[in-house]
Design a protein around this ligand. Structure first.
Ligand SMILES: Cc1cc2nc3c(=O)[nH]c(=O)nc-3n(C[C@H](O)[C@H](O)[C@H](O)COP(=O)(O)OP(=O)(O)OC[C@H]3O[C@@H](n4cnc5c(N)ncnc54)[C@H](O)[C@@H]3O)c2cc1C
Length: 336
């Protein structure tokens, strides 16, 4: 018998709930409101503190399950995987949602494969149709939008596209009762049935931050003028903790690799801030970035289409404006 609950894996490194987990929680809470499914926070890491539980309660969460007790850093991911497997088999939630954090994106497909449950990666929209879940996601590098659904029995797992869902706000209903987490220990090594091992883990350099994951995207177009000027964008992105993106022309002429392409044939991004430097704003480019929360456009042409969707516009030479922004941000950082 299915449990009409929707579990949300929630990561909280260094005491702060990840934004990606909150985005997944937002999807879960929408299900609780619209379809009366119970949203359960699956808390991983150190036991939640009272303030964190109060915060979750204020969002409308009514149940928290906490998996705790890995033996060592290196072992955590495998322990978590088998812990999640055990909990899932015990409770059989109908759906499980994962945010787009690196750990969740790595665990979710492994868990789905272990449990032989349907899994859809990087969904941008979720809704119930009848008694099944319909999921929308970009495919063919954003050129197509696919709608998929889980076939009965309708258990399923999904990870969410970064920034496609908002962070949840306080619940409109009265605050719930105090949350008391249900604590489950992670399984010890000898309790697991594991026929594989992790051979190596490598840390990606900061400049490799994926455009899809970044809160701030600094994008450059032909108007940056040269490859050397285009390289300035990495400095600006580093000052803002963001990632560099590019228009198609820039990728075609080799100033940026194709993983940085945003648009109809590139990636679709939903950052807090998209800085478009020397980009005309052709509709094929806008297809990948128009849903950014804020857009700052820098262009010398007042008629450039990018200005039609910009939150803030700067009419000026992009390399000069970018250099000035870098200088001022560095001065600001030194002053603090
Ligand atoms: C099937 C198809 C799919 C496509 N897919 C994509 C896609 O996924 N992504 C994508 O980006 N494009 C895509 N394109 C290409 C798209 O149509 C545009 O040609 C491209 O986005 C233009 O790139 P751009 O804005 O960098 O260059 P341009 O169109 O050349 O614009 C340069 C801009 O820089 C400004 N400028 C010039 N000098 C300066 C300066 N010194 N300072 C500030 N501004 C300056 C100009 O005013 C102009 O607005 C696709 C096209 C097709 C046909």
């Amino acid at each position: 018998m299915e449990n009409p609950a929707c579990w949300v894996m929630t990561e909280c490194p260094q005491g702060k709930i990840l934004r990606e987990s909150l985005e997944a929680l937002s999807a879960g809470l929408a299900f609780q409101k619209q379809y009366r499914m119970e949203t359960v926070v699956l808390w991983t890491g150190a036991r939640p503190e009272d303030a964190q539980l109060d915060y979750l309660a204020s969002l409308g969460v009514r149940r928290v399950i906490c998996l705790e007790g890995a033996r060592g850093e290196g072992e955590k991911e495998e322990a978590l995987l088998f812990g999640l497997q055990g909990l899932y088999l015990r409770h059989k939630p109908q759906y499980m949602f994962f945010g787009a954090s690196p750990r969740s994106l790595s665990l979710a497909p492994m868990l789905a494969a272990l449990l032989e449950v349907g899994y859809v990666a990087k969904a941008t929209y979720l809704r119930r149709v009848g008694d099944t879940l319909s999921l929308t996601r970009p495919s063919m590098q954003g050129a197509l939008s696919e709608v998929l659904r889980f076939l009965p029995p309708t258990h399923g797992m999904a990870s969410l596209y970064p920034r496609a869902f908002d962070v949840p706000g306080p619940s409109e209903s009265l605050p719930g009762e105090k949350l008391i987490p249900e604590i489950y220990p992670l399984p010890q090594h000898e309790e697991r049935s594991q026929n594989w091992e992790v051979v190596e883990r490598t840390l990606e350099p900061a400049e490799a931050l994926d455009v899809e994951d970044a809160e701030v995207v600094v994008a450059g177009g032909k108007g940056m003028g040269s490859e050397a000027n285009f390289a300035l964008l990495q400095d600006l992105a580093s000052c803002l903790g963001g990632a560099v993106a590019a228009s198609r022309i820039v990728v075609d002429i080799g100033w940026a690799p194709k993983e940085r392409l945003v648009g109809q044939t590139g990636k679709k991004v939903f950052p807090e801030l998209y800085i478009a430097c020397g980009i005309s704003g052709a509709h094929q480019h806008r297809a990948g970035m128009k849903e950014a929360r804020h857009i700052l456009a820098i262009n010398t042409d007042p008629q450039a289409p990018i200005f039609q969707i910009a939150t803030w516009s700067i009419l000026g030479d992009a390399p000069q404006v970018v250099s000035q922004m870098i200088r001022q941000l560095r001065e600001l950082r030194e002053a603090n």
